[in-house]
Design a protein around this ligand. Structure first.
Ligand code: TXA
Ligand code: MG
Length: 308
């Protein structure tokens, strides 16, 4: 069922969540597959709908800092980041608070919880109407390309969810940046807010995931965001049957941003991968600078290109 992002649609989305059903919700990053984070059966059906390995924990979405503080132990660093970037594309991993009431399926048994206050008006309206924590992974079958439109959601999950709240394409287009604050501050996943911005607010360097570290954001599996056909990175031109995805002033089949704007490229990345995937041809991608949002774009592309 397609709901529109008007008061009736928002009320119905909140109502479906209350019944323990799944609703795909637009956020500024990607569409999320939402379910009541306190309801174990609802959360189990999120994993089932996505075909997601159950060791991979979910982000709890809430309407405000005050709501987040009910579930996690807050800190000065959390407050500084929330002041700077919430509502917005930043997820904080903090120690679970006693009596939190969150289903252990959300945390996959960890003693920490990932929380985020999204900025998207429709997401905020649903969270306010529902008045509880909503667990929401990206609304795509596990391992596949993340959805930035309601059509992407339905292409992957139609028949497995109660509804999608359709409010057009997502503005940021890349998942949230995940910062771990349970130990020393760490970047657990690059995303919609650049590392440089986070380090400037905390006035410290974040611990970065090193190859060989235990996977600290367990969802950071190597192969993810994968189109059906192979993906080749840092290509200077297409070879054989390849279709070329470009960035900046290059000759290509589809350009993430002809003017070389990383924010625009982030916003168009997943839609571009969905579109190229439909051609069935192998995909080659020209180099993308690795600073600012480029780091998150390259992270997604490396996973899209990883051996399956
Ligand atoms: O932008 C986003 O973050 C989107 C929208 C819907 O909010 N959501 C999203 O969720 O990307 P998902 O499930 O695709 O990715 C969540 C990531 C996973 O890599 C997971 O392992 C990590 O968050 N995560 C969740 N809880 C964690 C925890 N307690 N400790 C470390 N990593 C955690
Ligand atoms: Mg995902």
């Amino acid at each position: 069922m397609n709901l529109s992002a008007d008061p009736a649609g928002i009320a119905q989305a909140a109502d479906l969540l209350r019944q323990g059903l799944l609703v795909a919700i637009p956020t500024e990053t990607v569409y999320g597959l939402g379910g009541d984070a306190r309801n174990g059966e609802a959360v189990a059906s999120i994993y089932a709908a996505k075909g997601r390995p159950s060791f991979n924990p979910l982000i709890a979405h809430v309407a405000s800092v005050e709501a987040a503080q009910r579930f996690v132990t807050w800190s000065d660093q959390a407050q500084a980041l929330a002041d700077a970037f919430w509502p917005g594309p930043l997820t904080l991993v903090l120690p679970l608070r006693h009596g939190h009431g969150i289903s252990s399926l959300v945390t996959a048994g960890l003693e920490t919880l990932a929380v985020r206050v999204p900025a998207h008006p429709a997401a905020r309206a649903v969270l306010t109407a529902f008045d509880g924590p909503v667990a929401a992974p990206s609304a795509n079958p596990s391992g596949q390309i993340s959805p930035t439109t309601a059509a992407h959601v339905l292409a992957g999950l139609n028949g497995r969810i109660a509804a999608v709240l359709d409010d057009g394409p997502c503005g940021v287009g890349l998942e949230s940046t995940i910062v771990g604050l349970a130990d020393e501050p760490a970047l657990l996943r690059p995303g919609g807010i650049a590392l440089e911005q986070i380090e400037a607010v905390l006035n410290t360097q974040l611990h970065l995931h090193q190859p060989g570290d235990a996977l600290n954001a367990p969802g950071q599996l190597q192969s993810h965001y994968a189109p059906d056909a192979p993906v080749r990175l840092n290509a200077s031109s297409a070879q054989g049957d390849e279709i070329l995805l470009g960035f900046g002033p290059v000759d290509c089949d589809l350009n993430l941003s002809a003017s070389g704007d990383l924010t625009e490229a982030a916003a168009t990345l997943f839609a571009a991968l969905h579109k190229l995937n439909e051609t069935g041809r192998p995909i080659a991608v020209t180099p993308i600078p690795d600073h600012g949002l480029g780091a998150a774009i390259n992270d997604r592309l490396r996973r899209a290109a990883a051996p399956r």
